[in-house]
Design a protein around this ligand. Structure first.
Ligand code: ADP
Ligand code: ZN
Ligand code: ZN
Length: 741
């Protein structure tokens, strides 16, 4: 009997066995349609066996084998198996969500025919030496086709005038057009990318050393490219890509390798894609991110799977893309929190990428100006290779001067200091741009009654409702609940309600009053809800049609605005006394990044931080641009306190409508953990940072161990107890290497 073991997208940590009817040909990695209860589901075959433990009368046959997409590779299945095991998450719910949505259904995949060209009999008989030498593109096409047929897309990559030349060649009768439909299997032979590579800078010696270290690596190696903002990390990536994309016979690569570049959620813009397309005009490039349509995502995924796309840009989810010739992974802004998935399979795409690189035996480069302390520690101790870039690459570009303004010793205008206003005025006079950074959207974080002290609490959450004055609403940013702004205090009837604190909208109002003629642009999640809005805003900023930008962290990341010379940071202090031990690390990264926006081109930049603690070590380190010093002190504190990267953590979270049930579950789970008597530290059951959200009570239990191995052994042993305690009434999740507390 022939049995297949199938992964299905159901919340059970097991594979499901089915029989294969005679004549049906099924491989490991193939998608199949199978009966499941009253439904039929698409699953992925994880193994083919001869026997099963399922009783003969209960086992059912596979309904249909789906063969409109090449089977998943053993390598990808191994990666997914690893993730399911490491993150303690059901295999089926790991495998299927990693695929493009269209591959999770049994609807046939309609493949667009691919237009290709080959030589006709008379074309094959031509002597190229006898053709006019000035028809360069035609000659090039003929010589390419003499080797083998090429797709239109491949030929288009060789010149901008390909289309016209092809038309001529077809009308001469030398070249024939034909259609193929099977791009999903690897092409027999790929075009070796030629040596075109635009606008290469001569590398600085630090950049060159970084490129050399990675290209000389034999097999797997993890590198931390630790470069200050503007040090030319991107240029290093481009040179590395160029190297990998070339054929390399010495390494047994007849054609060049594929490169995967991971970028944070918000950074994958059409501009970034365009940037790499311009640098590598003859390399097939594709992108994968959540903003694509289902169809586009499938097409792009398949073009990576077939080996056609050589350069793949993607956000977190693209770490699970099939890449048959993968030879290099780059993770840009490796510290960015968007690499961590916060529901379902709670994976870190950076960590999965590192596993993938080591599994495949290829180098991986993690780039950042402010690496996560986990990564930094690994580089410091030699597990990863540290590649520092300590200078700005463009000779004229200087690091910005960072200054603190003590908010208790200066005149403040609704949250904006006198000093900052003066600096903004100077920028407006010089037609330069200012960026005011405040990590709070809305008008004010809370509304208060001056009579009785009433605050705008959310009735469903433990948080406050934020005042949005533009549309006269109070909104909860945790659960989405909203209300019209009341005319009088709901508690005492007093009409004197006033906003406390400032958000982006209020700062916009304050600055507009102060600078009536200034052109102000607010960039936050409210103003960029519309997909195209952010694109339009970028264009305005680049055209220097904006004097003052007000924005949240959206603006901090990787954008290059040449006229921007002043950054003002409002209200960053709360992170200094947060209960989250990573708050300071995040704040440093955010402020270094936002400061890096100032003075990127030939103009020098200034950063003003408004704070009540101008002497705090974090601000001191920022002023000195001393990440290393700051990281050392943070690491010493973490070691003392017994926190990551010195400890490995797992967080069990539970939420439910009834408080006693939530705590009873966690306490039982805790008892079961203690009873195992293993080498882990089991902390107490405590309320979550937001103890109530959307009427659900939330609590958590943290476990930590001195090594990854100890933690993994413990989690495996704990699993049966957790499965036994699970209740439909509670939402429970286990988060390995959690980032949020
Ligand atoms: P990062 O990603 O490290 O912040 P970028 O890669 O954006 O830095 O580089 C900053 C600027 O320096 C860019 O305008 C880039 O073109 C330029 N640049 C990079 N490398 C060099 C170099 N070797 N020589 C001159 N300019 C360079
Ligand atoms: Zn009141
Ligand atoms: Zn709420």
């Amino acid at each position: 009997m022939s049995i297949v073991r199938v992964a299905l997208d159901v919340p059970l940590a097991t594979l499901f066995d089915y029989t294969v009817q005679p004549g049906m040909d099924i491989e490991v990695g193939q998608r199949v349609l199978v009966p499941f209860g009253k439904r039929e589901l698409v699953g992925v075959v994880m193994a083919c066996e001869r026997d099963t433990e399922v009783e003969a009368q209960r086992i059912k046959p596979v309904t249909r084998a789906l063969d409109d997409c090449a089977p998943l590779s053993a390598e990808l299945l191994k990666l997914l198996n690893f993730c399911s095991d490491y993150y303690r998450y059901p295999i089926g719910q790991t495998v299927l969500p990693a695929l493009p949505t269209r591959l999770r259904s049994d609807e046939p995949i309609v493949i667009k025919p691919i237009v290709s060209y080959r030589l006709s009999a008379s074309g094959a008989a031509l002597d190229l030496n006898e053709l006019p030498k000035n028809k360069k593109v035609q000659l090039l096409i003929l010589s390419l086709l003499a080797k083998r047929a090429h797709t239109k897309a491949e030929l288009k990559a060789v010149a901008t005038t390909t289309s016209a030349s092809l038309k001529m060649l077809v009308s001469e009768g030398w070249v024939e057009e034909f259609e193929t439909t099977t791009p999903t299997r690897p092409l027999p032979e790929r075009v070796a990318s030629s040596h075109v590579f635009n606008n290469a800078h001569t590398l600085t010696s630090e950049q060159q050393a970084a490129v050399d270290a990675v290209t000389q690596a034999q097999g797997y190696g993890c590198f931390l490219l630790h470069g200050i903002t503007g040090s030319g990390k991107t240029e290093v990536y481009v040179h590395l890509m160029h190297h990998i994309l070339q054929p390399c016979p010495e390494l047994g690569r007849r054609s060049g390798g594929q490169v995967l570049l991971l970028v944070p959620e918000i950074n994958l813009t059409p501009q970034l894609e365009q940037y790499f397309a311009n640098r590598f005009p003859d390399v097939a490039l594709t992108s994968l991110h959540s903003g694509l349509s289902e169809k586009a995502r499938l097409e792009n995924w398949q073009s990576a799977q077939s080996g056609q796309a050589r350069l793949v840009l993607g956000t977190r989810l693209s770490v699970f893309t099939e890449l048959p010739d993968l030879a290099l992974i780059i993770v840009d802004e490796e510290h960015d929190n968007s690499y961590k998935q916060q529901d379902g399979l709670r994976y870190s795409a950076r960590d999965v990428a590192i596993f993938r690189a080591s599994q495949r035996g290829v180098p991986i480069v993690l780039g950042s100006a402010t690496p996560s302390l986990e990564t930094y520690q690994n580089a410091r101790t030699g597990r990863y290779t540290m590649l520092p870039l300590t200078q700005r690459a463009a000779a004229a570009a200087q690091l910005p001067e960072v200054r603190c303004v003590n908010i208790n010793q200066t005149t403040m205008h609704h949250g904006v200091s006198e000093n900052l206003l003066r600096e903004i005025a100077a920028r407006i006079a010089r037609r330069e741009q200012s960026l005011i950074f405040i990590n709070r959207r809305g008008y004010a974080p809370v509304l208060m009654c001056s009579g009785c002290g009433w605050l705008s609490d959310c009735k469903h959450c433990a948080g406050k409702m934020v005042l949005h004055l533009k549309d006269q609403r109070l909104r909860c940013h945790h659960c989405g609940y909203q209300l019209r702004v009341p005319h009088a205090c709901p508690a005492c009837g007093n009409a004197d309600l006033h906003p406390v604190g400032s958000g982006t909208q209020r700062i916009e109002e304050v600055l507009q009053e102060h600078f009536p003629i200034a052109r102000i642009l607010r960039v936050d999640r409210d103003s960029t809800r519309n997909k195209r809005a952010w694109e339009r805003m970028r264009a305005l900023i680049h055209a220097n049609e904006v004097d003052i930008l007000i924005g949240t962290q959206m603006l901090a990341k990787g954008h290059d605005f040449p006229e921007l010379t002043l950054v003002g940071v409002l209200n960053p202090d709360s992170a200094l006394y947060s209960s989250d031990f990573r708050a300071a690390e995040k704040l440093y990264a955010q402020l270094a990044q936002v400061s890096g926006r100032a003075g990127r081109a030939d103009k020098s930049g200034n950063v003003i931080i408004q704070t009540a603690f101008p002497d705090h070590p974090l601000y001191r380190a920022l002023q000195a641009h001393d990440f290393d010093g700051y990281a050392e002190t943070q690491l010493a504190e973490r070691e003392m306190a017994g926190f990551p990267p010195y400890k490995y953590q797992a967080m069990l979270r539970a939420e439910g409508k009834v408080e006693s049930e939530v705590y009873a579950y966690l306490n039982r789970a805790r008892m079961a953990a203690v009873d195992l008597g293993m080498a882990v530290e089991i902390l107490g059951v405590v309320p979550a940072a937001l103890a109530r959200r959307a009427n659900h009570l939330r609590a958590q239990l943290l476990v930590q161990a001195g090594s990854r191995g100890d933690l993994q052994r413990f989690l495996r042993a704990w699993q049966p107890a957790l499965d036994g305690l699970a209740q439909a009434k509670l939402r429970c999740s286990l988060d390995i290497d959690p980032l949020e507390f």
